[in-house]
Ligand binder design. Structure first.
Ligand SMILES: [Zn+2]
Ligand SMILES: [Zn+2]
Length: 157
């Protein structure tokens, strides 16, 4: 008997196949963990909140994936927004004993987070709010750039 496929499939081809299979699975099975919506072109469900979470069974879609904006809303809903958070052991990060939500290290809150937590669970960012958020995030980026430029000047760069 003659072996017809002596040459292995090139790695590039294999990777492309895996990529296509993942894309198909994502399209067919994956729902956003926040709004329950499908992954569509231009609005993919591909934001993971797990750094190295368990992968789901291939026939069930991938768990813990979000639309980009849903990820933002979900994140805001999980944050502790207490004016005075109470965190065990006197730390400045961890689970807040008042609200039971999480406060990240040196996390600060502004108008954007307050808008986002006002949305009901499972809802997406309405277009009107998106425009407001863009303004807030734009101002934040500008402030960050200004701070970085100032730091650069001071260090003599
Ligand atoms: Zn979503
Ligand atoms: Zn709290």
């Amino acid at each position: 008997m003659q072996l017809r496929f002596k040459v292995p499939v090139p790695m590039v081809g294999w990777k492309l196949q895996v990529h296509l299979a993942q894309a198909l699975r994502r399209w067919a099975l994956t729902r956003c963990a926040w709004c329950g919506g499908r992954s569509v072109k231009g609005d993919p469900v591909n934001v993971s909140h797990q750094w190295d979470g368990p992968r789901g069974r291939w026939w069930r879609g991938e768990p813990g994936l979000f639309h980009h904006d849903c990820s933002t809303v979900e994140h805001a809903h999980r944050m502790c927004l207490c004016a005075v958070p109470v965190i065990a052991y006197g730390r400045d990060y961890g689970t807040c004993l008042v609200c039971g939500k999480f406060r990240a290290w040196r996390q600060t809150f502004g108008a954007a987070e307050r808008l986002l937590v006002g949305l009901p669970a499972g809802s997406r960012i309405p277009p009107g709010m998106k425009a407001k958020l863009d303004v807030i995030y734009g101002a934040r980026r500008a402030a960050k750039r200004a701070a970085e430029a100032k730091a650069g000047e001071e260090s003599g760069e």
